[in-house]
Design a protein around this ligand. Structure first.
Ligand code: SPD
Length: 387
């Protein structure tokens, strides 16, 4: 799929672009090992698996060959579906959608889902591949002792931009002003700008721009963030976080996009060309700071196939499987053992595995209070009105 030489060149260029941007970018729960609930789900024997398993994941976030591999190896049919944001996933589960067994919420959403009783407890001691994980990603504050979830992929939220036009050549986007300052936006908005259609990520970017916490619940700051977004909105072409890499970045439908690290990396690894007259895609983590996130694999509380769900999660924690996910998605892996199989060019790409000085500028999103949820809901309704 990928050209090694091209990767090496790109990693080098990415490093340069990042430098220009200021810092580089069972307890068995019944028969079948937990199939019937009533305790922490445990991994059952290979011959005690359900016939089917339903997996609900972020768009374009797994090499689907792995699903085929699992089906062929274990005889379990995998039904696979995707969502665009944590909030879409939550809304679906809260609307009573049943039948999803494995889901991949991010950090702050894991806290919310635990609080709402939407996740099953899991017995990580029954997972033979749990030792593959990097200890830094285990026992996170949003899920102490990994009682509900295990890490899947992690990344950052920054700005993707295509160079090759005079404006970015002279002014690489080193600040969130590239997305929120009308005086800056007018230089390239006719060529197309996309923002993530994500009720936490877009306000978080504006909060960094304004010098606020990405988790602010201060009503004055929320009002300022809302005004800032509404003033910039006329300059944006699309709100898209599901398919923006393949539908907007790769075909050059936009010239700049708020983006998740792996999605922007996909655009430049897939299209990089030294001689491209219309430029190449680069990733910048703005100097004001940015969000760092961890997506997780969890078993729903409503699953009737909890043991099989955990068996599948354990399969994906395999070293080669973890590497296949990263080599496909370009997101960073929390699977230490997988690193042996991850392409060197990806491991060495600072826009995917950011160096310490960049990591120091990153912040997690956390679960809002009930009052905060109300403020964020109102803000998002105001932002999306008329879209
Ligand atoms: N195309 C896959 C995108 C997965 C991104 N997850 C990001 C969550 C950030 N809150």
């Amino acid at each position: 799929m990928k050209n090694k030489l091209l990767f090496a060149c790109l990693a080098m260029l990415t490093a340069l672009a990042l430098a220009a941007c200021g810092g580089g970018p069972g307890g068995p729960g019944g028969p079948g090992g937990g199939e019937e609930g009533g305790g922490a789900a445990a991994v059952p024997a290979d011959d005690a698996l359900a016939e089917e398993l339903s997996v609900y994941n972020w768009a374009d976030y797994i090499d689907e060959e792995l699903l085929t591999q699992y089906e062929e190896q274990y005889g379990v049919k995998v039904i696979y579906d995707t969502y665009a944001s944590n909030e879409d996933l939550l809304a679906k589960l809260q609307a009573g959608a049943e039948g999803y067994d494995v889901i991949m919420p991010s950090d702050y959403m894991v806290s919310t889902m635990i609080g709402l009783g939407l996740l099953s407890e899991i017995d990580t001691a029954s997972m033979s591949n749990i030792g593959n994980m990097d200890a830094d990603f285990m026992n996170a504050p949003f899920d102490p002792d990994n009682k509900h979830c295990v890490p899947y992929q992690w990344g950052t939220t920054g700005i993707g931009y295509r160079n090759g036009n005079e404006y970015f050549d002279a002014n690489p986007p080193t600040s969130w002003a590239a997305l929120f300052d009308p005086a800056v936006l007018e230089n390239y908005s006719p060529q197309g700008i996309n923002v993530l259609n994500d009720p936490r990520e877009l306000p978080a970017a504006a909060a960094f721009y304004l010098g606020y916490s990405p988790n602010t619940e201060n009503p004055d700051e929320i009002a300022h963030i809302t005004e800032t977004i509404l003033a910039a909105k006329p300059f944006w072409k699309t709100f898209n976080s599901e398919g923006y890499d393949t539908e907007l970045l790769i075909p050059d439908e936009v010239v700049l996009s708020q983006g998740w690290s792996g999605d922007v990396a996909l655009a430049y690894y897939e299209t990089w060309d030294d001689d491209a007259e219309d430029g190449n895609w680069y990733y910048s983590i703005p100097e004001e700071g940015a969000v760092k996130w961890l997506d997780n694999m969890c078993v729903t509380a409503s699953s009737e196939r909890k043991g099989t769900a955990l068996h599948f999660m354990n399969f994906l924690l395999g070293a080669e499987q973890g590497a296949a996910i990263t080599n496909y998605s370009y997101y960073a892996s929390p699977n230490e053992a997988a690193k042996e199989f991850i392409l060197d060019e990806i491991l060495e790409d600072p826009s995917i595995f950011p160096p310490a000085e960049v990591q120091a500028k990153l912040e997690w999103l956390v679960e809002p209070s009930d009052e905060g949820i109300k403020l964020y809901d109102e803000m998002w309704t105001a932002i999306k009105a008329g879209s």
